[in-house]
Ligand binder design. Sequence first.
Ligand code: SF4
Ligand code: MG
Length: 288
Amino acid sequence: MSKKNPEYDFKWCPGCGDFGVRRALEFAMINRLEETGLPIENNVVVAGIGCSGNLVHLLEGEQPYGIHGIHGRTLPVAMGVKMARPELNVVIVAGDGDFLSIGGEHIAPQAARNVNVTAVIMDNGVYGLTKGQSSPTTEMGTITSSTPFGKIEEDLDPLELYLTLGVSFIASGFSGQPRVLAQLINEGMNHDGMAMIHVQSPCVTYNDTFQLIKGNAREGIAPAMWDIPDEHDPSSKQAAYELVQQGGLPVGVIFKDESRLSLEGNMDTIRAKARERSVEQLMAAYTF
Ligand code: SF4
Ligand code: MG
């Protein structure tokens, strides 16, 4: 059931990683409210389709605006909101299947535009809502409901993808650490450009990776998560590539390019140039 729509009845499975991401986003919005003094209505959450996208209905406490859009199209919808109301803080919530499969084609153009939105991607390595099919981040060889003899494709590395496509802020976190994750989301919100917060958020029903991420000393499982050291220079793309190639789950800010203008900044420049021209000059510029 949703506070916004009492007819909407959706529940996450007990123990789902997305509970921690929801808490982190709530913390981040409260932090932002305290930092800026702007009301909660200044925030808009744009959701994709999947268990993760249902986060927009399940937020507790003060409610931001929300749009539950269509599968894979969170980035174009978020860009539309930002173009119409640039003063709003726009946050995307989506999953690995939604954002990296059908939605994958939108990442490169929005990264090139440096659209000023923050995307929180909940990666559980599976399509949870539709009952456990393989997704782009499912490991090769994994048996799922759609790959009964093992997944045939190589799994995608989202952090390397974001770096390659030119996203200007990239952070990586874990749903089991909502306070840490909230800080990363806040840093992404404060970044003037496209921010990706990629979160390992295990699906306890179809792909429970909590133990692999956190480790289990009794079972002799070393934790996959590790904190990005203070010496890491997030302004260096080379250092960022070297970091993500170490594997496991790095937690922290991987890359941050503050030298670029956001889409809004570049549009202001273009508008200023257009204003300097006469109507005849503008018409001539569009004559083919
Ligand atoms: Fe969470 Fe998986 Fe259940 Fe979906 S199916 S709510 S991702 S545990
Ligand atoms: Mg998923």
